[in-house]
Design a protein around this ligand. Structure first.
Ligand code: AMP
Ligand code: MG
Length: 423
């Protein structure tokens, strides 16, 4: 996809795309096709690379492990010296420790005491577990039927010189930091952090520290966004609360698009408020207003303003979190230059009946736990109102009640998404 492609062009290529009754999967697909990854490399020390996106393949400069070595504590021998069907005596001639190789030669019927990770002595190809070995005077007795090459790790078994250890586009987690460290690589090329500007809209919103005037609410969306965006490892640009005025909104959006790669706003996209928002957005860029067949959620705006992608989320606090999880999270990972890994759903048994309307995806806050029969089961966490953060806070999963599904009976198996760590 090129930057020049329009959102209208993208959606026209999707069959059955109805912006007024848009299934979740189709909206996700439109967003995925429209997003353009950044490509702007910087080199950082490995210890600062957590949650960054690898910008170039990492090619292994060494063999890992660098030598054949023992996978167990025991005795290193030449397999050819063993008897296949009776025990055999060997002379111990030394010790090989991790980091302290045995440097002598090994002759027929000699064995070297060896510890896990120690380099295999020259000529030895087999390690016999210490628990199997008995002693007889100064000699050791090795039982019959040892496999050639057992308990030995081969040089280059994990990675060999010149092989791709990690491919560009990998999101670097703790495992990847360890893997790169095992290659002795100190600095690593990553994409620069995505800059994400965000603001809340609404005359009724007050910021923490301000008095709560009658009819007003504290702005909580900016704080769930701060949390969710921080977990994505992006750079945050907090533009505060924007009142419901066309001039203020236009100024905020212009400001955001000058600084950021992506803009996330909350509120102001529901039917009553969308009209002037729509005018401004489409003067500054290309933004579509969608009604998504989901609950909570529904209204959402998406497009591009200047060079920045734009996500206009609903105002209700839980709807913000759920639309972020299903639409914004993967999109920002993709825009950061990585390929998002699919979040795997689990099957749970609902312990209660749940009303569900076919024709939309419903996300219900629930607690999943293992039942007495060992099967994962879930119960809802009280009020499912789209403004109720408390029931979101008590939940550890969302039941994902699929588009075509109707009412759920107690005992039915449904899909759930465990969200700890994701949002
Ligand atoms: P809107 O989509 O702007 O009509 O907002 C829908 C509901 O969400 C209204 O009850 C708003 O007061 C509430 N809301 C909007 N933005 C926020 C916010 N940043 N923090 C808390 N509640 C909000
Ligand atoms: Mg509003």
């Amino acid at each position: 996809m090129t930057q020049a492609e329009t959102l209208a062009g993208v959606v026209s290529s999707l069959a059955d795309f109805d912006p007024n009754a848009l299934p979740v999967a189709l909206a996700r697909e439109a967003i995925e096709r429209f997003i353009t990854p950044i490509d702007s490399l910087e080199v950082v020390p490995l210890r600062r690379a957590l949650d960054r996106v690898l910008a170039r393949d990492v090619i292994s400069p060494i063999d890992v492990p660098a030598h054949d070595n023992a996978a167990m504590d025991g005795w290193a021998v030449r397999h050819a010296d063993l008897d296949s069907d009776s025990p055999k005596a060997f002379d111990p001639i030394g010790t090989a420790l991790a980091g302290k190789p045995f440097t002598g030669g090994v002759a027929a019927n000699q064995a070297v005491r060896i510890m896990t990770g120690a380099v295999m002595p020259a000529g030895c190809d087999t390690v016999v577990m210490q628990e199997l070995v008995t002693t007889e005077g100064r000699r050791i007795i090795i039982p019959a039927r040892q496999q050639q090459g057992q308990h030995r790790r081969l040089r280059g078994e994990d990675l060999s010189i010149g092989k791709t250890a990690l491919s560009a586009g990998r999101l670097l987690g703790p495992t990847e930091l360890g893997l790169v460290a095992s290659l002795g690589v100190a600095d690593i090329p990553v994409q620069r952090r995505l800059r994400v500007a965000f603001f809340s809209t609404g005359d009724e919103l007050r910021s923490i520290g301000e008095p709560l005037d009658p009819g007003c609410v504290y702005d909580s969306n900016r704080f769930t966004l701060i949390g969710m965006l921080t977990r994505l490892g992006v750079e945050l640009i907090d533009l505060g609360v924007v009142p419901d005025s066309p001039q203020a909104l236009e100024a905020a959006v212009r400001d955001a698009s000058r600084q950021a790669d992506a803009i996330v706003s909350s509120g102001g996209v529901s039917v009553g408020e969308a009209d002037y928002t729509r005018d401004i957005m489409n003067r500054l860029g290309e933004v579509a207003f969608w009604t998504i067949a989901m609950r909570p959620g529904r209204p959402m705006a998406f497009g591009r303003i200047g060079q920045a992608s734009y996500f206009g989320l609903p105002g209700n606090p839980v709807a913000v979190m759920i639309t972020f999880l299903f639409f914004v999270r993967d999109a920002l990972i993709r825009q950061s230059g990585a390929t998002p890994r699919p979040v795997l759903p689990v099957s749970v048994r609902s312990t209660m009946a749940i009303r569900k309307k076919a024709g939309r995806t419903e996300y219900q806050r629930a607690i999943a736990q293992i039942g007495q029969d060992g099967v994962l089961q879930a119960r809802l966490t009280g009020s499912q109102g789209s403004g109720v953060l408390r029931s979101m806070s008590e939940a550890n999963c969302l039941l994902v009640l699929r588009h075509d599904q109707g009412d759920i009976a107690s005992g039915d198996i449904v899909e759930a998404m465990l969200f700890d760590g994701l949002i």
